[in-house]
Design a binder for this molecule. Structure first.
Ligand code: IMP
Length: 428
């Protein structure tokens, strides 16, 4: 039995979807453990591109159980759309289970996310406006609606009786917004959605436990990244869940001791969507080059991503918090044309050189990157299929990062397609 966790080690969008799809044939179960429609995982296989916001990236593999764990927040309308799209294309494998304790993202969460971002003006977070923060807030305020409630109409109605007046008071009082939420109409809508999703809802923690007891292998697919963790990220410019390895336990019912492998994922450079400090951000032509070549536009929102060099100070923090046993570096081909590439190895802060920092936004804002510069490989690498064929300049860059990070780099992703992936023999 092996439980592996794939976790983002930057501010999200590291290419976890591709890696999950690449690894998942070797695992009986693949599951997501946090987040919701704010995530956008792209899988390119057989010349076709699939973008998933909610479904685990292994959903295309027949005979593999895919679980949306209890730690997720699920927009039922989006889930129905994603399932319908796969059904229409003939790709649906009927291999989904949705945690009965996962919370539902309802229309008022999305509305409140939008209204609150607008109210905050210049202090906005830059959320994906998918209702993620308001939904997790309700979970912890114990006024949320659970996926399992869709199977129990009486319970569902009672939950709405508690929460809808609270939301309407907020909409009316703080935001002066109309129309207010119509409890009965929402109830009817949810009953209809329950008819579609109901068959997939289950006690997924128990299912996971059965698989573990049977000695099966399990792959947990993180969404977002460690730097967006609500506690260990760059607060307040974070998401409202735990994208770190510990979140995989909380969001699935897997015990910490069951995890045997943690694969951190980082791009060969850095991107960030939304607001907040970003020490290695490039606002020049190189930043623009990374954005255009890397197609750095949000999968969910279409927003241009901010781009910059890889930041080994932040990556070291993320790998440590994630307890990463290895690291996959993705989108290396995006750097192909550059004459030189850089990695931030330390910061200059108030005249001092530091190799670690607190992540509070104000603290990061004072950090100026100190770079190590490398010759670029100035040629296409997407055709490379083995480590020995890699250009020497790229090998030096990767070897340097591995030494700096102290974590074995085992996978190099050289392009978006499944096949454009090379296993690497670590040198640590
Ligand atoms: P929220 O998760 O929509 O509340 O957004 C909070 C912050 O997390 C914003 O800065 C978003 O841009 C960022 N964020 C959320 N999900 C993702 C993701 O999947 N990739 C990258 N950034 C994300």
């Amino acid at each position: 039995m092996a439980v592996a966790v794939i976790v983002g080690s930057q501010w999200g969008d590291e290419g976890k979807g591709k890696l999950t799809h690449y690894m998942s044939p070797h695992y009986e179960v693949t599951l997501r453990f946090q987040g919701g429609s704010n995530a956008g995982h792209t899988v390119i296989t057989g010349g076709r591109t699939f973008k998933f916001n909610l479904l685990p990236s292994a959903i295309l593999h027949a005979g593999r159980t895919c679980i949306m764990g209890d730690g997720m927040v699920v927009n039922p309308a989006h889930l129905i759309e994603e399932i319908a799209l796969l059904q229409k294309g003939g790709f649906w494998q009927d291999n989904l289970r949705v945690g009965s304790r996962a919370h539902l993202v309802l229309p008022y969460h999305i509305l409140l996310d939008e209204l609150e971002e607008k109210r905050r003006g210049g202090s906005s977070i830059g959320t994906t406006k998918q209702g993620i923060g308001p939904c997790y807030a309700d979970k912890y305020a114990r006024i949320g609606v659970l996926a399992g409630d869709l199977l129990k109409p009486d319970v569902l109605h009672k939950r709405l009786e508690v929460v809808v007046p609270v939301k309407n008071a907020l909409l009316r009082g703080l935001y002066q917004y109309e129309p207010l939420i119509d409890l009965e109409a929402l109830y009817e809508e949810l009953l209809e959605q329950g008819k579609v999703i109901g068959p997939y809802i289950a006690d997924t923690a128990a299912i996971v436990r059965e698989h573990i007891d049977a000695g099966h292998s399990i792959l947990c697919e993180g969404a977002q990244g460690a730097l967006l963790d609500i506690d260990y990220g760059t607060y307040p410019f974070v998401t409202s869940s735990h994208p770190v390895t510990a979140g995989a336990c909380l969001g699935t019912g897997i015990a910490p001791g069951d995890i045997s492998r943690v694969i951190g994922v980082s791009k060969a450079y850095t991107t960030r969507v939304g607001n907040g400090s970003f020490p290695t951000e490039l606002t020049d032509a190189t930043g623009e080059h990374l954005r255009e070549r890397g197609l750095e536009y949000g999968t969910t929102t279409g927003r241009p991503r901010r781009c910059g060099w890889i930041d080994l100070v932040l990556l070291r923090h993320a790998l440590r918090i994630n307890g990463a046993s290895e690291l996959a570096i993705t989108k290396i081909d995006v750097l192909d044309d550059l004459p030189t590439v850089k990695a931030c190895v330390a910061y200059r802060r108030k005249g001092e050189i530091v190799t670690r920092t607190g992540l509070a936004d104000a603290e990061l804002a004072q950090c100026e990157p100190v770079y190590e510069e490398f010759s670029g490989w100035k040629g296409p690498i997407r055709e490379v299929r083995s480590e020995s064929e890699l250009p020497a300049e790229l090998t030096s860059f990767v070897d340097f990062m591995e030494k700096q990070l102290g974590v074995p780099i085992t996978v190099l992703s050289l392009g978006p397609d499944h096949d454009e992936t090379v296993s690497r023999q670590p040198k640590l």
